[in-house]
Design a protein around this ligand. Structure first.
Ligand SMILES: [Zn+2]
Length: 192
């Protein structure tokens, strides 16, 4: 089971995420831009081409039971157009983006945090979100680097929760939903 991009995010999910509006942003990675380093990519782009920083959130889904909101920086060109200049192998074409200027207050060590939103009320999901948040805090505290032992510790704790997480995800995925496994296919054409 892996996180997957929502092609479309339903209004109910947006409400749970506290988001009013999603914009589709074209992804045009700069040549020297690095994955997972959006703020520096945006700054380099602005230094060369002008424009300003627009902060906000991007979304991915785990098993149709939780949403990961990742703070993200994109470029607002001098002409007022928004573009994402950060490469991401899972994300091509258009990016679902929610503007939020208050992300500025969450930046630490030049790194942007994540938020995890449970889509259902379930103990396993809350525990899983707890360990994801711990890992994200380590990432931010260590300027983007997580030690091998911290990562192994996370993977161990995740592996203990995994069987019941999978069970909950299967139960909350309809045949016409995107498959809980994260393949990006409909459930009925995948694990359903
Ligand atoms: Zn599947």
């Amino acid at each position: 089971m892996q996180y997957f991009d929502f092609p479309e995010i339903c209004s109910n999910t947006l409400k749970k995420c506290g988001v009013k509006k999603i914009e589709k942003i074209p992804v045009r990675p700069d040549e020297n831009a690095q994955p997972k380093n959006c703020l520096n990519n945006v700054r380099s782009h602005i230094a060369e081409h002008g424009g300003s920083v627009q902060l906000g959130w991007i979304f991915s889904c785990l098993g149709n039971v939780a949403v990961k909101m990742t703070a993200h920086a994109i470029v607002r060109t001098d002409a007022g157009k928004l573009i994402c200049v950060t490469p991401n192998k899972y994300r091509k074409g258009l990016l679902n983006f929610a503007r939020d200027d208050s992300v500025e207050n969450l930046i630490k060590n030049d790194f942007l945090p994540m938020k995890f939103i449970p889509l259902i009320d379930n103990k396993t999901i809350n525990e899983y979100i707890g360990i994801e948040l711990e890992l994200d805090q380590l990432r931010i505290d260590n300027k983007g680097l997580v030690s091998q032992s911290d990562l192994q510790n996370f993977q161990y704790k995740a592996s203990l929760l995994y069987p019941s997480l999978l069970f909950v995800a299967k139960n909350h995925t309809g045949r016409n939903d995107f498959c809980f496994c994260g393949s990006g296919k409909k459930n009925k054409k995948c694990c359903g």
